[in-house]
Design a protein around this ligand. Structure first.
Ligand code: AMP
Length: 214
């Protein structure tokens, strides 16, 4: 499938994308994961992105579009892709439209994951992430804990709280979402691609998405 997952930070995009990947072999493309990998590797991209990310601000559109133009042309994206955390602004959505036209690719659907704000806040403050940039498994101190000594159950690396998951950064990320990303809901509604799902269970959402794409 060729899908965009829209939703506030903490809506569950990453978890849902991973489950969809397991369903049909589509690749998860998370700009957040790519950027965290670049920061960890200390690459030029990472150096440019780090400050924005730690504050909870968006990385400039031009950097993101360079990443996506290259990523969508990698061989594994041919089978399908689930865009997780991209596009995040109207200019990114417009640039994606042009890029997909150039690559002769059509989106199947855009899924808007609608989760109440109180749930989002609770999830973000209790979320932990595997520090291994090749793994990045997501944990939750209440509902999905890592090992008792704080290690990833998949790869054994330490599980950490992301630098942008402090209360201050979370507040900025949610305000940024409302201002810059929420307008994409209307953008994709007008494009005739939008489907809104509002369950709190990722399994239920995945079932609904799969049913809708068939
Ligand atoms: P995420 O893991 O998707 O919440 O992304 C973490 C951080 O990476 C965001 O708060 C932004 O600083 C940056 N980021 C990820 N994706 C994008 C994007 N599409 N546009 C701009 N910044 C992004």
């Amino acid at each position: 499938m060729r899908t965009v997952l829209l939703g506030a930070p903490g809506a569950g995009k990453g978890t849902i994308a991973k489950q969809l990947t397991a369903h049909d072999g589509s690749v998860q493309i998370s700009t957040g994961d790519i950027l965290r990998g670049a920061v960890k590797a200390g690459s030029e991209l990472g150096k440019k992105a780090q400050g924005y990310m730690e504050r909870g601000d968006l990385v400039p559109d031009s950097l993101i579009m360079d990443i996506m133009e290259a990523r969508l042309q990698e061989p594994d994206a041919k089978k399908g892709f689930i865009l997780d955390g991209f596009p995040r602004t109207i200019p990114q959505a417009e640039a994606l439209k042009v890029l997909l036209q150039k690559l002769a690719i059509k989106l199947d659907t855009v899924i808007n994951i609608d989760v109440p704000k109180a749930v989002i806040l609770d999830r973000l403050t209790t979320r932990r992430t595997c520090s291994n940039s090749d793994c990045q498994e997501i944990y939750n101190v209440k509902s999905k804990p890592a090992s008792p000594d704080g290690k990833c159950l998949k790869c054994g690396s330490p599980v950490v709280q992301r630098a942008d998951e402090t209360e201050e950064a979370i507040t900025i990320r949610l305000a940024t979402y409302n201002e810059k990303t929420a307008p994409l809901i209307d953008f994709y509604r007008k494009e005739g691609l939008l489907k809104t799902v509002s369950s709190l269970s990722s399994e239920e959402i995945v079932k609904e998405i799969i049913k809708g794409v068939k």
